[in-house]
Design a protein around this ligand. Structure first.
Ligand code: F6P
Length: 319
């Protein structure tokens, strides 16, 4: 193996740059040429390639986003996309590929691997929705961002005696809401994995007010329901004013935390080492503080379970 390529795909996540840096530098250390593919699978189909050097990844460890840029390309899997991509990679003399992204990106990686391009997946998404790994790159930075935002919202919540519904990202996974809720002391955490009861939430608001509480923060995961309708209903049923704050794409940006830098750096290096040792078609993950790997299709299939112990703890702490 002489030439490997790396791409980032799907929603960007803080720490993707740290992973790219690690792939490039570890690859070069082992005598490989490393090619960067811009704009994910879209750029791959257009042959948008760039030669990576040690210095092309200097000063990016601390930067959010991805220097290779990214794209969502659901159409990649249709109309012969993977076959065309495999041909392009072979024509360019690229022996193997590292894909940094979420489950959609992993599906593309699996197809390319089946077409004879040895491919490794590295989990990069703020959602933490891949069940085979304890954490995905970007998740810890995203919850840190939510924590900071909730701290500020709490100030205004207390000053006005208003409730705040804070909508956070995560698609169908409640991890951002749950973890950020715990670390910022939210009064309620509402996630797609657990049904919510509006009457129960209103009771907790009223009880809080009766105890003299002048703030109330509810973290609502985007995958649950329409946040505007939820906020209106909450105001009406509790009799207290509520405001909605949507944190949105702020959660995707920013300098990666120490944890994300470390995770991304180790996972990027592991991906290169796996290829060197002739392994492919696997996704890198972390379990109990140890890196591991799993067949990509198996990894995509592992159901992401909500940490119910943490969920129950969040409820106890907020009572
Ligand atoms: O997968 C990351 C994520 O930020 C999700 O949490 C969110 O639902 C989605 O991407 C938003 O996608 P887009 O940036 O394409 O609007």
């Amino acid at each position: 193996m002489k030439r490997i390529a790396v791409l980032t795909s799907g929603g960007d996540a803080p720490g993707m740059n740290a992973a790219i840096r690690s792939v490039v530098r570890v690859g070069i250390y082992h005598g490989l040429e490393v090619i960067g593919i811009r704009r994910g699978y879209e750029g791959l189909l257009e042959g948008d390639f760039v030669e990576m050097t040690r210095s092309s990844v200097s000063d990016i460890l601390q930067r959010g986003g991805t220097i290779l840029q990214t794209a969502r390309s659901p159409e990649f899997q249709e109309n012969g996309g993977p076959e065309k991509a495999a041909r392009i990679l072979q024509d360019r003399g690229i022996d193997s590929l590292i894909v940094i992204g979420g489950d959609g990106s992993f599906k593309g990686a699996k197809l390319l691997n089946d077409l004879g391009i040895p491919t490794i997946g590295v989990p990069g998404t703020i959602d933490n929705d891949l069940g085979y790994t304890d954490y995905t790159i970007g998740f810890y930075t995203a919850i840190e961002t939510v924590m900071e935002a909730v701290g500020k919202l709490r100030d205004t919540s207390s000053s006005h005696g208003r409730m705040f519904v804070v909508e956070v990202m995560g698609r169908n996974c409640g991890d951002i809401a749950l973890y950020a809720g715990v670390i910022s002391g939210a009064e309620n955490v509402i996630v797609p994995e657990v049904d919510y009861d509006m009457a129960e939430i209103c009771r907790s608001v009223i009880q809080g007010q009766e105890r003299g509480k002048n703030h109330h923060i509810i973290l609502l995961s985007e995958g649950v329901t329409d946040a505007n309708a939820f906020t209106k209903e909450l105001s009406e049923c509790s009799g207290y004013p509520a405001r909605l704050a949507v944190i949105g794409h702020l959660q995707r940006g920013g300098s990666p935390t120490a944890f994300d830098r470390l995770l991304a750096t180790q996972m990027g290096a592991k991906a290169v080492e796996l290829l060197i040792h002739g392994k492919s078609g696997v996704a890198v993950g972390i379990r109990g503080n140890k890196l591991h790997c799993m067949e990509i299709d198996e990894a995509i299939g592992v159901r992401d379970r909500l940490n119910m112990n943490l969920y129950e703890l969040a409820e106890i702490l907020a009572k």
